[in-house]
Design a protein around this ligand. Structure first.
Ligand code: IPM
Ligand code: MG
Length: 406
């Protein structure tokens, strides 16, 4: 029978973070709708942005995993692949074509591989692949970036930290993603009155930007272990003084969350000294960029870590936090797990499809339990595999869950 699509007005279920966020939001919350086919399967439109370097390799694997896990939970996807970053520069001369923005905005969620590479490193700023990514974040208004860093028992020995320091680490960095020094004006490079060149940027946060990211963080902490650490540089920066004041003021609304504040230099130190003290960290755009890379190293490999970037109404953007790794691109050496786990975050945070998300998370653990490792997480006694084989093992693992549940 033809699977005729019918429009469905049933709202997509958003996780509590979203719902709580929107309760506070002055504007009415517009939920996204999905279609349901005649077989009763929900159907979502996903924009895939493979990008550069290892991006295309890891995205094609994550797509298969997403499809498989979805089909087991009555969820179908239609995928549309669009160019971004260096790939877009080569194709049409800009790092973020308008068609890519419209496709992303029209979809239910966006899954991105990676952007950047040596080839475009010397480009002028507006023609850098990274500029395309920042424009995409701004266009989708994804102000809340969730970056979990979890040390899996299977990978404790991949961490450069001592076993007793790394074991059991499970933290979440909530990074503000569309404000601060990344986007603040004035900015530029100019010649001053002495004829000397000066480069300058502006760290600026409006109260509403701090409040909305703080709410996401409080909600996130509430669903985790109830501890929130706000990281700033309030001993030096005015933007941080306001940040601390606003976050502290909101604490009254979340009496069940234990709030602390920490200067960023101390936080960088504490993350390697005793990372288990952290549950949820909330911080600005640039501190979040740096601390999330640091946190990823505790887990052994940046190749393991996913991320979710959420707005308060439109589609989310999901991407591994590793870069494009041009040195290993096209060699079947990349670790696809961060992108596969980003697909799980897409299901959970973007579409509210928690069961399918759990299937993917379990399948990743399944492949690791069988001893499969890509080069970045390899240790003696495990089985070294390439990107494709790791992907196939995860797929098999999703499959074996079917047999287990039949
Ligand atoms: C990240 C990256 C980006 C950032 C770059 C590629 C623009 O480092 O997602 O952490 O600085 O946000
Ligand atoms: Mg970064």
């Amino acid at each position: 029978m033809a699977a005729a699509l019918q429009t469905n007005i049933r709202p997509v279920k958003f996780p509590a973070t979203f719902r709580a966020l929107t309760k506070q939001s002055p504007a009415p919350f517009r939920v996204r709708c999905c279609a349901v086919n005649s077989a009763g399967k929900k159907r979502y439109n996903i924009t895939l942005l493979p990008g550069d370097g290892i991006g295309p390799e890891v995205i094609s694997i994550a797509k298969n995993v997403l499809q498989k896990a979805g089909s087991l939970e009555g969820v179908e996807f239609s995928f549309r692949e669009m160019p971004v970053g260096g790939a877009a520069l080569d194709l049409v001369g800009v790092p973020l074509p308008e068609e890519t923005v419209s496709a992303a905005k029209d979809s239910d969620a966006v899954l991105l591989g990676a952007i950047g590479g040596y080839k475009w490193d010397k480009n002028e700023k507006h023609l850098k692949p990274e500029t395309g990514l920042l424009q995409l974040r701004a266009a989708l208004k994804v102000f809340a970036n969730l970056r979990p860093a979890t040390v899996l028992p299977q990978l404790v020995d991949a961490s450069t930290l001592k076993r007793e320091v790394a074991e059991g680490v499970d933290l979440m960095v909530v990074r503000e993603l569309t404000g601060g020094i990344y986007f603040g004006v004035p900015r530029g490079i100019k010649t001053n009155e002495n004829g000397e060149e000066v480069g300058f940027n502006t760290e600026v946060y409006a109260a509403h930007e701090i409040d909305r990211i703080a709410r996401v963080a409080f909600e996130t902490a509430r669903k985790r272990r109830g501890k929130l650490c706000s990281v700033d540089k309030a001993n030096v920066l005015e933007a941080s003084i306001l940040w601390r004041r606003r976050v502290a003021a909101l604490a009254a609304e979340y009496p069940d969350v234990e709030l602390s504040h920490m200067y960023v230099d101390n936080a960088a130190m504490q993350l390697v000294r005793d990372p288990k003290q952290f549950d949820t960290i909330v911080t600005n755009n640039i501190f979040g960029d740096i601390l999330s890379d640091e946190a990823s190293m505790i887990t052994g490999s940046i190749g393991m870590l996913p991320s979710a970037s959420l707005s308060d109404s439109g589609p989310g953007l999901f991407e591994p936090i590793h870069g494009s790794a041009p040195d290993i691109a096209g060699q079947d050496k990349a670790n696809p797990l961060a992108t596969i786990l980003s697909a799980a975050m897409l299901l959970k945070y973007g579409l509210g499809e928690e069961k399918a998300a759990k299937r993917i998370e379990d399948a990743v653990l399944g492949a690791l339990n069988k001893g499969f490792r890509t080069g970045d997480i390899y240790s003696n006694g495990t089985k070294l595999v390439g990107c494709k084989e790791m992907g196939e093992e995860v797929l098999k693992s999703v499959d074996s869950q079917v047999h287990a549940s039949v």
